[in-house]
Ligand binder design. Structure first.
Ligand SMILES: Nc1nc2c(ncn2[C@@H]2O[C@H](COP(=O)(O)OP(=O)(O)OP(=O)(O)O)[C@@H](O)[C@H]2O)c(=O)[nH]1
Ligand SMILES: [Zn+2]
Length: 206
């Protein structure tokens, strides 16, 4: 069967296991490269710690959206479900520094009323956030997996984030927020529904 989504939903079994010794060796090399001494007291455990931290920060690579969207209920609810202000921490694939903000995820369930647990929408965001990412891809991956796995009739995903690569280095513009959106199915074709979703998202502006 051909995969209808534009972004392939990579199965975690296609991604190699996290290589802790290799990551530790790389961190040691990086410490040498910046002129530090990995053998000094304060840095002795650092390569192992950083490697473990990176295992966690990239754990989404080894997870599948299908794993988190397993719990579905047939409630017969066909109206929009929207979870707003889902905290987001991801890592920019250009500089490997964080970008952080919120995701708003809304969908219109399939006619069968197949819905998922609310927390699963936040877990889905994490599956794609905990990888080296760009914000645009993160946004479309969340939208496309809801369309495919939940067979949603429409999806809207809006992500607002601040990129530390623009704040702590480089252009150094603190407070600049990047907003991306992905709109699918009925949310695209049905203007009133999309307007309702956008109004609900905006009503949460703090
Ligand atoms: N489109 C997009 N760009 C991003 C994202 N995260 C970081 N970037 C940008 O990626 C670009 C990389 O640009 P380069 O010129 O290759 O790298 P650089 O010399 O470090 O660029 P500066 O950040 O401008 O110093 C920068 O403009 C970043 O702001 C993202 O999620 N989406
Ligand atoms: Zn960056």
């Amino acid at each position: 069967m051909t995969d209808p989504v534009t972004v392939p939903l990579v199965a975690p079994e296609d991604v190699p296991a996290f290589d802790q010794p290799r990551a530790e060796a790389a961190v040691r090399e990086l410490l040498y490269a910046i002129g530090e001494d990995p053998e000094r007291e304060g840095l002795l455990e650092t390569p192992a710690r950083v490697a473990r931290a990176y295992a966690e920060l990239t754990q989404g690579l080894r997870q599948s959206p299908r794993d988190v969207l397993t719990t579905t209920f047939d409630l017969g609810h066909e109206e929009m479900v929207l979870v707003r202000d889902i905290e987001l921490w991801s890592m920019c694939e250009h500089h490997l520094v964080p970008f952080t903000g919120v995701a708003h995820v809304g969908y219109i369930p399939a006619e069968t009323g197949k819905i998922t647990g609310l927390s699963k929408l936040a877990r889905l965001v994490d599956v794609y956030a905990k990888r080296p990412q760009v914000q645009e891809r993160l946004t479309t991956q969340v939208a496309d997996s809801l369309m495919e796995i939940l067979e949603a009739r429409g999806v809207i995903v809006v992500i607002e984030a601040e990129h530390l690569c623009m704040t702590m280095r480089g252009v150094r513009k603190a407070g600049a927020r990047t907003i991306t959106s992905a709109v699918r199915g009925m949310m695209l074709t049905h203007q009133a529904t999309r307007a309702e979703a956008m109004a609900l998202i905006r009503s949460g502006t703090r």
